[in-house]
Design a protein around this ligand. Sequence first.
Ligand code: UT7
Length: 332
Amino acid sequence: MAPYLPDPPVGIVGIGSDAPAQLLTNHDLEKLVETSDEWIVERTGIRTRHIADDKTTTSVLASNAARRAMADAGVTPEEIDVIVVGTATPDMLFPSTACLVQAEIGARNAAAFDLAAACTGFIYGLNVIAGMIRNGTCETGLVIGAETLSKILDFQDRTTCVLFGDGAGAAILKRVENGKGLLSVRMLSDGTLGDMLKLPAGGSLHPATHETVDLRLHYIKMSGNNVFKSAVKSMTGIVRQGLNDVGIGPGEIDLLIPHQANIRIIEATAKKLRLPMEKVFVNVHRFGNTSAASIPIALDEARSQGALQDGMTVAVVAFGAGFTWGSAIHRF
Ligand code: UT7
């Protein structure tokens, strides 16, 4: 893809997030599968993850995050022109989760649709909405990354069930003053590697049958080690591309917010970018991998902890199923 053109400037003017109250610890998982707190912490950095109860769907978490982002931005539901929800765990195949959120928050003037880019959904959504604002079809956009991955986890498969968690994060996008907002967005995909991380059944290839249920095909399947290697390489490359677009070096980034999948992926990416870990935001130990929700939740936490402040140049980067990956550089 060609470089992002930052004029007229569009940026994030409000952030919010939500996660279910219930926590699942590594010790809880030790009772379900052959694993240990030690293995999980050493190989992933994860200690707890938030898990939704039966009534809490993706649209519930997404709507809560959206309300907080709207309050933060001082925007009413009626002002929202478009809602994009990045999710791999929609409430159902259709209507879209974005339409369910629209109804829930009362954004009656909005167009609403879901975006399927797995863990990269929030970054893809930023670019889609920024493009709509710049082409004049929308003034105020709401982008959400929201997941209830616990509902598609196989709690008999230790290679996946220890990794993921539930949550949602949202951002309001608008025109901003010159020099602020999105300075670069980069998106890439490689569909030839789709088999490495997938949920095989429930679509047109394998509609739900007793057999697909018996074969446990409605759960995440992942070749973890291959995903790991591709993630580090792709995330490093696409942050470098973004920095190149903006004409700055890694030293000029105040904060890197990487997709929170695994502390080793985060550390390896930071090392390749020659960024000290003090400049890297990490909350994977408390959330696990929340896929599309990971970056907006981290943005919200970074801001409430004071790690993200006005005037900072922040790089976000994600990698996920597809494969898809992307980066954004944003001046707050
Ligand atoms: O958001 C993007 C999507 N996902 C990711 O980014 C995840 C990317 N991948 C990873 O984070 C890592 O590859 C994992 C954490 C999934 C696995 O770590 P790894 O260092 O790549 O381990 P591995 O897959 O090579 O497995 C090493 C061993 C295996 O045993 P053997 O074959 O060596 O005897 C696994 O069976 O660890 C075993 N293992 C476990 N042991 C205890 C796998 N899962 C577990 C577990 N507890 N939960």
